[in-house]
Structure formats: C-alpha cells, structure tokens
Design a protein. Structure first.
Length: 171
C-alpha cells in the first residue's frame, strides 16, 4: 500500500471519532503517525538493500515496534493527542499492510527467524509491490475517501482548507 490508502483511512476513522466524541485531535499528526512505519523502513530499505535482504517492510512494521511506541505515545500525549488513538493509527498501518501474512518474519521479529532475502528485483521501482494492480484498488478507495471527506467538510473552500492545514482540524 502506498501512502494515500493509509492516510485516507486514518483521516476518516479519526474524524469519525472526533465527530462522535468532540475531542480535538490534529489530523496532520495522525497522518504522519499512520505513515511512520514506511517513513522509517523505506529509506533504510532503499539505502541499504543488501543488508536488509531487499525487504521494504522492516523493524517498524513489527509488533515489537508497536509495543515500544506505547510509552512513547504516552509520554508525548500533550503534543500528539490521546495515546490510544495514536497507537490505533500506528497499528492500523500494519493491519492495512497485512504484515502478519505477507511479512510474517518481520511482524513477529525478533521471535521468528530473520526474513529470507528477496530477489534484487523487489526494490526495482518498476516491479515494486506498491505499484502492482492489486494495490491500485486500495489507493483508488483512498482517493475516493479523501474526496468524500473533502466534499463533506467543504475543503474546496479556501478558508476551510487553510484551517485544516494550519490547525489540523476539519471544523
């Protein structure tokens, strides 16, 4: 999955929670948290492909990383928002990537053996799994979700869009 699907699902779920509870949560921060595993793992994978066996889902796509982030989210709750919501957004990334199926060794790292190296073509941008047709459906759904959210909250109006960009809130 590329970033659009992760961010769209996060914004939708977080905004539904905000609408229901009337809590103020910065959607910009939730969007970054939803991408955190990719922001950590992808640069490592592309900079050191041999070292990581040409995998793009590494340690930040593990259950251990999710557990380590719990105290981090608790410590940063004043800056990030409710720790449980932050953790659910992070765990949602792993759910959407289905890492327990596709990268079982990395998901349960360090409990299982290291992941077997992939062929070098795994990091070839034209053969990268993110650009496979099966992932396009999810990304198109993400774009549609963002369009529905934009229409519902009138983000086509300049003042509404600027409010979202400045405050991270849709209301």
């Amino acid at each position: 999955m590329i970033f659009v699907g992760h961010v769209a699902a996060t914004i939708l779920a977080t905004q539904l929670y905000i609408d229901r509870t009337r809590r103020r949560i910065d959607l910009r921060k939730m969007a970054v948290i939803s991408m955190l595993p990719d922001l950590i793992d992808k640069p490592l994978a592309f900079c050191f492909p041999e070292f990581f066996g040409y995998h793009t889902r590494l340690y930040a796509h593990s259950l251990l990383f999710c557990l380590v982030m719990i105290p981090v989210f608790r410590a940063l709750r004043r800056r990030l928002g409710p720790p449980l919501i932050c953790w659910l957004v992070l765990a949602g990334h792993l759910l959407m990537d289905r890492v327990w199926i596709t990268n079982k060794e990395m998901f349960f790292w360090p409990l299982l053996d290291d992941a077997k190296p992939q062929p070098k073509v795994a990091l070839d941008i034209f053969n990268w799994t993110a650009f496979q047709p099966a992932n396009f459906e999810i990304e198109i759904a993400g774009v549609l979700i963002l369009c529905v959210v934009a229409a519902h909250y009138r983000l086509y109006r300049k003042e509404k869009l600027l409010l979202l960009l400045k405050t991270g809130n849709l209301q």
